[in-house]
Design a binder for this molecule. Structure first.
Ligand SMILES: [Zn+2]
Length: 417
């Protein structure tokens, strides 16, 4: 019976959701374009996008800091240079680039080590470094507005998407963005949801090396549009950074060529995403966020890890809800099966044992119950659950249940005889 249930759950959870309306959109988000970023790679990127007829969103830092990411730096950051602006303008004119604003000067107001708050919950900013989270509203408006004006005047385009450096922000950031006419915020997967915000949220979801895996998983869901937002940085390219680099420019180009051959994908910019996908709102982002901070994934043994969990892509709200429902169903069926098998085995073992050693009955049944209570108290003391511990607890619960049911039955038999 339990095996049958488990098999049913497997079938239900591994079958793709209804195939209708299935669509996957890919966004390339290239961060940290500034006066010091590698111009040769960027020029080649624009060229490669053009020849594949694809597009990307470049997150441009309006003012380049003399020394990046140093808190308390006093040198005045330099505005986007004429040369770097010309390259962007050519890309925009060619129809392959969209420019988003990447903070003001990308300097963190605190060092990573300064922050030792909780990693999740309302104080979670995704990264311990930040240019904005914690700054007052007026200051955020001032520097975001200065960056926006510079980009818009220099590039002669409207900038409506904001990408906070280190993917960190707070509710003052979203309020400032709305008041300055921004439509969209693109941060990370675990950026905090700001309930009051009317902005569209387009989190980055993966790096280039995970793109194919993200696409394969996204193909197993449906209902609305799944978004894959690929995060690229200058330091990802080995030509620019031999140590941190993960791929060569040639490999990047190969991805572009490959993606062009995939009929079910469309490559768009962030602006195109918020215009063509109607549910990129807070509700969708909140369900995505709660998925990412849920601790129930520790309860699943690796062997049952076959649902299309959205670690690398951003499914529609309906799809996330359906995945979570299947996740809970899977957990319920798996643990019921473990409990049932343990109970039946203990019952059978008890029938055999007690028929020979009747005296052991009371001691074993109370012993199992005591062990179960003891382990449960131990497990619940820090509320950190892992599948191995929960499986053991469930087995002991099953054994206890089996023995107590048998005990009741033997009692009734004895009473009757
Ligand atoms: Zn950045």
């Amino acid at each position: 019976m339990s095996f049958l249930l488990l098999q049913l759950a497997f079938l239900a959870s591994s079958a793709p959701l209804s195939a209708e309306n299935q669509e996957i959109a890919v966004i390339f988000r290239y961060d940290d374009y500034n006066n010091d970023s590698p111009t040769d790679i960027e020029t080649k990127m624009i060229q490669a996008l053009k020849s594949q007829n694809l597009s990307a969103t470049f997150a441009v830092i309006p003012f380049t800091a003399v020394q990046d990411q140093v808190p308390g730096e006093t040198a005045v950051p330099a505005p986007l240079s004429v040369n770097k602006a010309d390259i962007l303008r050519a890309g925009i004119d060619a129809g392959v680039l969209e420019v988003a604003q990447h903070g003001y000067s990308h300097q963190s107001i605190r060092e990573a080590a300064d922050y030792d708050g909780p990693l999740f919950g309302e104080d979670f900013y995704g990264d311990t470094r930040t240019e904005f989270a914690g700054l007052d509203y007026e200051r955020q408006v001032e520097i975001i507005a200065a960056g926006k004006s510079l980009l818009e005047e220099t590039l002669e385009v409207e900038v409506s998407c904001f990408i906070p450096p280190f993917n960190t922000y707070d509710s003052n950031t979203t309020r400032a963005l709305e008041d300055l006419g921004f439509e969209c915020l693109s941060a990370g997967r675990t950026g905090i949801p700001i309930q009051s915000s009317k902005l569209k949220f387009v989190p980055n979801t993966c790096e280039l090396r995970h793109l194919k895996m993200a696409i394969e998983t996204a193909r197993r869901t449906s209902g609305g549009t799944s978004l894959i937002v690929v995060l690229l940085h200058p330091f990802d390219f080995v030509e620019f950074d031999k140590e941190r680099g993960r791929y060569s420019f040639e490999e990047f180009e190969e991805y572009l060529v490959w993606i062009d051959t995939q009929d079910d994908l469309r490559v768009i910019t962030i602006k195109e995403a918020i215009e063509s996908i109607n549910d990129l709102n807070m509700a969708r982002f909140e369900s995505y966020y709660s998925f990412h901070v849920s601790s129930t994934f520790h309860l699943l043994p690796p062997i049952l890890d076959f649902l299309p969990y959205p670690w690398l892509f951003y499914p529609s709200e309906d799809a996330i809800r359906e995945i979570m429902l299947k996740h809970w169903l899977l957990l319920a069926v798996f643990y019921s099966a473990v409990l049932g098998i343990a109970a039946v085995t203990a019952y059978g073992g008890g029938v055999f044992l007690f028929s020979r050693h009747e005296g052991l009955r009371t001691g074993i049944k109370w012993g199992c119950l005591a062990l179960l209570i003891l382990l449960a108290v131990y497990a619940f003391r820090d509320l950190e659950f892992y599948y191995s511990g929960v499986i053991i607890l469930t087995i002991i619960a099953g054994v206890t249940l089996g023995l107590w049911v048998l005990d009741k039955k033997l009692e009734r038999t004895n009473d009757g005889s």
